[in-house]
Design a protein around this ligand. Structure first.
Ligand code: SF4
Length: 66
């Protein structure tokens, strides 16, 4: 099973922190929330740091079932 990051758009405050920290994985979506566009483009430790630093805890690991 592979773990990939996901953002809960209902929790995301749109601060942009994750997109600045790891722009190869996260980007801002038109609705003012961030999104994961390339979940495998960074080391899991770097993604975990983004998860730990999101001010509202909106980034989560998700099991993609593979
Ligand atoms: S750091 Fe958290 S609150 Fe800020 S844009 Fe990313 S997911 Fe949203």
């Amino acid at each position: 099973m592979t773990k990939i990051p996901r953002i809960n758009i209902y929790e995301c405050a749109g601060c942009g922190l994750c997109t600045f920290a790891l722009s190869e994985v996260f980007r801002m979506a038109p609705e003012g929330r961030s999104e994961v566009y390339a979940p495998n483009k960074a080391e899991k430790t770097a993604i975990q740091k983004v998860i730990d630093n999101c001010p509202v805890g909106a980034v989560h690991w998700y099991d993609d079932g593979k």
